[in-house]
Design a protein around this ligand. Structure first.
Ligand SMILES: Nc1ncnc2c1ncn2[C@@H]1O[C@H](COP(=O)(O)OP(=O)(O)OP(=O)(O)O)[C@@H](O)[C@H]1O
Ligand SMILES: Cc1ncc(C[n+]2csc(CCOP(=O)(O)O)c2C)c(N)n1
Ligand SMILES: [Mg+2]
Length: 366
């Protein structure tokens, strides 16, 4: 046997494979009596006693991976970093309380740039009712923003990814694929501007001054002003704390819950594995905003692919027995599939009735 050191590229095990390996290394360091939901859910949960629980989640945003400063305004970025972590707190059916923010600052980010970032952070914290309690700053080659959010809930209201059961329905809040549509529009716009050799401020504008893009030099330019919803959903998404509050008000409790950060396909796999169930998603039932459809047409893409594999929608996906949905306003959710026996795996039923296996594809870090 060779005694040369083992070098396994991270791409061989992937993001979730690496997390599992690290969890093994941690062993007892990742377990405690009060930690009722350890590594593996949207946020960790620890029992505070007295019928209350605390949740905690961290997200990392890296320039060039999660955002592109040529089209993401810093204020919007600050908002998005907070909203994404708040979304993970919502995905436990909890309410955010405290936030910390760690920054890696490159030398091309000015004080005013950092202030713009924090304006967005402040606005999101105000919207979601949480408070920035601290953070850290370091020099860095690229802009990096890490947000930790602490939240709270009554212990009996906490919902994990593990409670789905066969016979229940699969639901989502809002609509899907808009963020991926917005990203695609922004990337095409950037490509077009670069190809034209013009500096960004010289980009073509439509009559009302909104930027336009065209896919080929001969194609009619696309007016980004026609797609405000996809652009906003990508740049400044909303966490669905409104739904968590609504559920509390009407006494609705999902059986399992996850936020859609990686796309419906990937999240359906998480629910399947953690609840030991099969999941059938109905392609024809996926809710898609009209502007997402129009963007798909304009860019010759499929909106359904964005909904399934695009991610960053930060909507909530949940399961419940059909009859439990009766207390919910009809426009506060959409049924998108069914929970079935585990042997059936994770599948997509097409509008013509054919059922195909649904891969866990989504954004791949490695
Ligand atoms: N470096 C790490 N060390 C320990 N645990 C980690 C690490 N990275 C991720 N985890 C844990 O692995 C689980 C999955 O992480 P991930 O970031 O994919 O969460 P998610 O909710 O699926 O995605 P998102 O954060 O985009 O909503 C979480 O419980 C998270 O706390
Ligand atoms: C410039 C740019 N390129 C690509 C993307 C798309 N993107 C990045 S991370 C991610 C999934 C969630 O990440 P995580 O699992 O780390 O929370 C997605 C869909 C983007 N937002 N900006
Ligand atoms: Mg999540």
């Amino acid at each position: 046997m060779s005694d040369s050191p083992v070098f396994t590229p991270v791409s061989e095990v992937g993001e979730f494979g690496l997390i599992a390996r690290l969890q093994e290394v941690l062993g007892d360091a990742a377990r405690s009596e009060s930690l009722t939901t350890p590594i593996g859910d949207d946020a960790a949960v620890s029992d505070l006693g007295g019928g209350r629980s605390q949740v905690i989640t961290t997200d990392l945003f890296v320039e060039g991976v999660h955002f592109d400063r040529t089209f993401a305004p810093l204020r919007a970025l600050g908002w998005k970093c907070v909203a994404a972590s708040v979304s993970d707190v919502c995905a436990m059916n909890a309410t955010p309380t405290l936030v910390t923010v760690a920054l890696g600052l490159p030398n091309n980010l000015s004080v005013e740039g950092a202030e713009a970032l924090y304006t967005g952070i402040a606005q999101a914290c105000e919207r979601y009712g949480c408070t920035v309690a601290g953070g850290d700053i370091s020099a860095s080659a690229r802009l990096v923003v890490s947000v930790t959010v602490l939240g709270e809930a009554e212990t009996e209201r906490i919902v994990t990814r593990a409670g789905a059961a066969p016979g229940e329905v699969l639901c989502v809040t809002g609509d899907l694929g808009a963020s991926a549509a917005g990203l695609e529009l922004l990337l095409r716009g950037k490509e077009q501007t670069l190809a034209s050799g013009a500096p960004p401020e010289a980009a073509e504008t439509s009559g009302d001054g909104s930027p336009t893009i065209s896919l080929t030099p001969d194609a009619a330019p696309i007016d980004l002003g026609q797609f405000p919803t996809p652009l906003e959903r990508h740049l400044m998404p909303q966490a669905r704390l409104d739904r968590v509050r609504l559920w509390r008000e009407v006494g609705f409790q999902p059986t399992s819950l996850i936020d859609v950060s990686d796309g419906v396909a990937s999240e359906a796999h998480h629910l399947s594995i953690q609840s030991t169930v099969g999941v059938v998603v109905e392609a024809g039932l996926l809710p898609v905003h009209i502007q997402t459809m129009q963007a798909a047409e304009a860019l010759a893409k499929r909106a359904e692919t964005w909904a399934l594999y695009g991610g960053e929608d930060y909507e909530l996906m949940f399961t419940a027995p059909q009859e439990a949905l009766e207390v919910l306003p009809k426009d506060s959710y959409a049924v998108v599939g069914n929970i079935v026996e585990p042997e059936e795996g994770v599948a997509l039923r097409m509008p013509d009735g054919t059922v195909i296996p649904m891969e866990a594809d989504g954004f791949k870090h490695f």
